[in-house]
Design a protein around this ligand. Structure first.
Ligand code: SF4
Length: 371
């Protein structure tokens, strides 16, 4: 785990003295001024905490709340989640994005059911061995559920610590991360044994989300103001250092919207790869493959190109060229394995990638929830 191996990179003496009571100040600030009404803060049940932590990765709390509540209605326990069909899990997740999180959530629930008797392990180290649980998420679950003194380092905390300790370098680069983990560990090591780990962990998250924000941090409200190096040196805007620019390649694909008798042809994406397990439109790498597929569906008529749309992934941009083929026949050509003719009125029951859902919502207004 990154935070364990980070011990090799010890913070300097200045950092250690600065860290002396910082954790206690953050915990006290959280109790006084942090966020308190979020539904996952009212529990020490590791299942609920885990669910919220996975949903909160890359998604804001206000967006997560209705998804969290719906998930608990549908899957009240980790075993209920493990027993559910993957389609049901992906559908409940639809709209939150980053679908690998939902697939890992489901897989993790099955591992917990099959190998752990439906119980969560009680330490961050063991939690981090489960699918989809990284070291920071494992530490957050262990701190909230069991009070373990384990450091977290999510995106918000990286920003706070980069400023507080004036850590230079791309905050996602391995060397910078190693230094930040070491600082995060040092803050806990310097704190008293009675440190309230739930308040401290929540406090770091709240500080990054509401005070030490990406732009215009509100230092006057911050419990770290007195000894924050970025604040003292007036470098809040310069830290964290900008990420190293990486060229983002542009990829192309063609998608077929085949419509016949009030139905649309959907295709289930393979489990591995982007949008794994979701229902999407038949997708092709070039127009030749698209034309060949159309020829297999219709003896007359050709697909009409629609406006192309771009979708941005972490490492590349995907330009999607949608093509609409309205089949005049009254008989549905049997769908190949992995495909299905779906009544337009039931499209909202299928978990779909966001750009595909938006595309179909534009074509068939009122048939899919707004995204
Ligand atoms: S003093 Fe300002 S820059 Fe430093 S941690 Fe607090 S909010 Fe962030």
């Amino acid at each position: 785990m990154a935070r364990r191996t980070a011990a090799a990179s010890q913070p300097d003496a200045h950092a250690r003295s600065a860290a002396n009571d910082a954790a206690s100040r953050i915990a006290a600030w959280q109790r006084r001024a942090g966020r308190h009404g979020l539904p996952w803060q009212q529990t020490r049940d590791p299942y609920r905490i885990w669910l919220s932590e996975i949903m909160l990765q890359q998604t804001q709390a206000a967006t997560v709340v209705p998804y969290y509540e719906r998930f608990l209605d549908l899957f009240p326990t980790v075993v209920d989640l493990a027993d559910a069909a993957q389609d049901a899990v992906l559908h409940a997740w639809a709209g939150l994005g980053y679908y690998a999180r939902a697939r890992n959530l489901h897989r993790c629930a099955q591992v917990l059911r099959d190998a752990h008797g439906g119980r969560f392990p009680a330490t961050a180290e063991e939690l981090a061995r489960l699918p989809g649980i990284g070291p920071s998420t494992a530490a957050a679950i262990a701190a909230f559920a069991y009070g373990e003194r384990a450091p977290i380092l999510d995106g918000n905390v990286r920003r706070v610590l980069s400023r507080y300790f004036a850590v230079e370098g791309d905050p996602t680069a391995a060397r910078t991360l190693q230094r930040l983990w070491a600082h995060a560990q040092a803050l806990i090591d310097a704190a008293p044994a009675a440190l309230d780990m739930a308040a401290y962990t929540q406090g770091q998250m709240d500080l990054g989300a509401t005070v030490c924000t990406r732009t215009r941090p509100d230092c006057a409200r911050c419990p770290l103001e007195a000894d924050c190096r970025a604040r003292i040196e007036g470098r809040q805007d310069a830290l964290p250092s900008p990420r190293a620019r990486r060229a983002q390649p542009l990829r192309h694909c063609w998608m077929l919207i085949a419509e016949c008798k009030g139905r649309v042809l959907l295709e289930r994406r393979p489990d591995a790869g982007i949008w794994g397990g979701l229902w999407s439109l038949p997708q092709f790498e070039d127009t030749g493959a698209l034309q060949a597929a159309c020829a297999g569906l219709a003896t007359a008529g050709s697909p009409q190109a629609m406006a192309a749309i771009d979708h941005v992934f972490t490492h590349f941009r995907l330009r999607i060229q949608p093509c609409l083929l309205k089949l005049p026949g009254t008989v549905l050509v049997p769908a190949e394995p992995g495909r299905a003719w779906v009544p337009i009125g039931t499209l909202d029951a299928y978990g779909m990638p966001a750009p595909v859902a938006r595309l179909l919502a534009g074509l068939y207004p009122g048939k899919l929830p707004p995204r």
